[in-house]
Design a binder for this molecule. Structure first.
Ligand code: GLA
Length: 361
């Protein structure tokens, strides 16, 4: 343990009124810990943020709580990811025009606060502009222009990209999408074009469920291997990790990370959140659930740090700041509390789990 982390641990014990606190239901008071996660994290620690007007309450730029949100993000993290405004639908709304304004705002915010920016996402089957859905021209030229324009625009400011998002189904078969239909070799082409536009950028393939479904991960790793055999640059794999309190098991996650490292690919936890109300039967985040979530976050971060060697760590990004604006609540249509900050942007026990993992590693 470094001197720095020992100090943090001592502060932590002080802040939580003693390390001997036994009750499993006690929620630690972490409001007094002065350091943010970025100050103690051994890896890049990022967060997805809304920026656009349409993101209403969650917007770093337009929400009534934008100032408080900005302060929290700048204090706790050292990387930002646009939750939506770099997706094709927003950034490339018509064939011959790009909308940079909101994405540029994020890049400027990151510069002001000495944070990195991870680009998300160049190619996906969702969040497509209408014109792309109905495109009837040359798909290869269109893909090249789309990727080259966006990656070049941000070449000086964005160090890493999700090049392709969610190209496989859970059984490992290729997802049928406009890309698959119109340009079957689109994954290789996309990586190639991104690499040509910014040879220094780290390039990731990003997907969900791959920490728990080995067939799907195997298909992803086989794809990465075939890219490398063709001398096409791919840095690593983004494990979205929209997971829950039970699934996947730590053993499954460890095995998935190990396989990826063994394939010579970096591991990035790209969209972490942990659902606690899986069946929708909970009405609140009780102290017991908060404690379970703290442990689950701590276990997963420690597992990442212990399993993935330093040179293979692409960092950890949380998919949102506060529970209030998490996509989980909208998607599953019932209350949940998947993130590190509560509705009032106060640190939760989950935050403490991440802090403990970072400072005890
Ligand atoms: C996927 C995408 C993200 C986001 C989440 C949930 O994981 O990669 O951009 O849309 O779904 O909203």
């Amino acid at each position: 343990m470094t001197k720095h982390s020992l100090l943090s641990l001592l502060m932590l014990c002080f802040a939580t009124a003693g390390c001997n606190q036994k009750s499993p239901s006690a929620v630690p008071d972490n409001s007094q810990v002065s350091e943010g996660l970025a100050a103690v994290s051994p890896v890049t620690v990022g967060v997805a943020v809304g920026i656009g007007r349409f993101e209403s309450q969650a917007s770093l730029r337009y929400s009534p709580e934008a100032k408080a949100l900005q302060q929290t993000v700048a204090r706790e993290f050292n990387q930002v990811v646009a939750e939506n405004v770099m997706k094709p639908q927003y950034i490339h709304p018509s064939e011959n025009s790009y909308f940079w304004d909101d994405a540029d705002y994020l890049v400027d915010f990151a510069k002001q606060h000495d944070m990195a920016v991870h680009g998300h996402t160049l190619v996906w089957h969702q969040a497509l502009p209408d014109w792309m859905n109905t495109y009837s021209g040359n798909w290869d030229d269109m893909l090249k222009e789309h990727i080259t324009t966006i990656v070049s625009h941000y070449a000086a400011d964005i160090d890493s990209w999700d090049v392709v998002n969610e190209a496989f189904l859970d059984d490992g078969s290729p997802r049928q999408s406009i890309w698959q239909t119109n340009l079957p070799d689109y994954i290789a082409k996309a990586f190639n074009y991104a690499n040509q536009a910014d040879p220094d950028a780290e390039l990731y393939y990003n997907d969900y469920n791959i920490a728990g479904m080995s067939k799907k991960l195997d298909a992803v790793l086989a794809m990465a291997k075939s890219l490398r055999q063709r001398n096409i640059e791919i840095t690593g794999i983004g494990f979205q990790m929209h997971i829950d309190r039970y699934w996947p098991s730590l053993d499954n996650i460890r095995e998935a990370f190990q396989k990826t490292v063994a394939a010579g690919l970096k591991v990035r936890i790209s969209e972490l959140d942990i659902r606690m109300n899986v069946n929708g039967t909970e009405t609140e985040l009780s102290p017991e659930l908060a404690h379970l979530q703290q442990q689950r976050y701590q276990d997963i971060i420690l597992l990442y740090l212990n399993t993935v060697p330093e040179e293979y760590r692409g960092g950890i990004t949380f998919w949102g700041v506060s529970d209030k604006n998490s996509w989980v609540n909208y998607y599953y249509q019932h209350a949940d509390w998947p993130l590190l900050f509560d509705d009032k942007l106060q640190r939760k026990a989950a935050w403490q789990g991440v802090f403990n993992a970072f400072t005890s590693h």
